[in-house]
Design a protein around this ligand. Structure first.
Ligand SMILES: Nc1nc2c(ncn2[C@@H]2O[C@H](COP(=O)(O)OP(=O)(O)OP(=O)(O)O)[C@@H](O)[C@H]2O)c(=O)[nH]1
Ligand SMILES: [Mg+2]
Length: 214
């Protein structure tokens, strides 16, 4: 086995089958196998969990990406905190196999972090969007550690960037200064705690203003 092949790839059942075909049956059988399997991802159901503290904008984000307005059917209720009371699935209108699960906020009195992982059945989701609206705090830290134990992947979503821009403008700073400063602050925080480094990406978003975010 070549040195560049990762353990993950080497342990993958489909990869092993491909190797076997290549070695025993040759390129025609290999090509047939690839053609049969390459489209299979399109038939897979993907469950995205949208999680994080209460009132960080999880439900609002789900409405935004689904382009659903307050009086439309399937609108995820948003509010000023403790709004989402149970994990609720929302299908992506472009692909019904992609489902966003709107989760209650972690670390509230109703959903303390100690029981959140089991109550929310975090093990059943494929990927996690972890929302936070100022700095990564103890609750996100806890969540990330638990996801690492479950070997789940996640990205971090710093929400409500429009609020930061508005506040900064009141303080005499510009949008061009504020966004890189927030990103830098998050990166600095992540560098200090090695386990936070596992996140796939950090997005800065606003569900209220389409023109900002990166
Ligand atoms: N300024 C601003 N406000 C936002 C944004 N996203 C959400 N909000 C507001 O933040 C509040 C909380 O939003 P929700 O979507 O209910 O937050 P949540 O994370 O689902 O909250 P829980 O269901 O309680 O966990 C609402 O008043 C939203 O209008 C944003 O990008 N910018
Ligand atoms: Mg909600």
């Amino acid at each position: 086995m070549g040195q560049s092949e990762s353990k993950e790839v080497a342990n993958d059942g489909k990869y092993a089958e491909l190797r076997r075909l290549a070695e025993q049956k040759g390129p025609v059988a290999m090509s047939k196998y690839l053609q049969e399997n390459i489209q299979k991802w399109k038939e897979e159901k993907v469950k995205f969990a949208v999680t994080g503290r209460s009132a960080t904008g999880k439900s609002t984000f789900i409405n935004k990406i689904r382009n659903v307005k307050p009086r439309d059917p399937g609108y995820a209720k948003s509010g000023s905190g403790n709004t989402t009371k149970e994990p609720t699935p929302y299908q992506n209108p472009q692909n019904q196999l992609i489902v966003f699960y709107d989760l209650p906020g972690i670390g509230t009195l109703q959903f303390p972090k100690e029981t959140y992982v089991s109550k929310m059945e975090l093990c059943k989701y494929d990927y996690f969007f972890i929302f936070f609206d100022k700095v990564v705090n103890e609750d996100e830290n806890f969540l990330i550690c638990e996801l690492l134990k479950l070997e789940k992947s996640y990205c971090l979503i710093r929400s409500k960037i429009d609020d930061d821009i508005r506040n900064a403008e009141d303080d005499g700073r510009t949008e061009e200064e504020v966004i890189p400063a927030i990103r830098q602050q998050i990166n600095d925080q992540i560098l200090c705690y090695s386990h936070l480094n596992h996140c796939d990406a950090i997005f800065l978003i606003s569900s209220k203003r389409k023109d900002i975010g990166n």
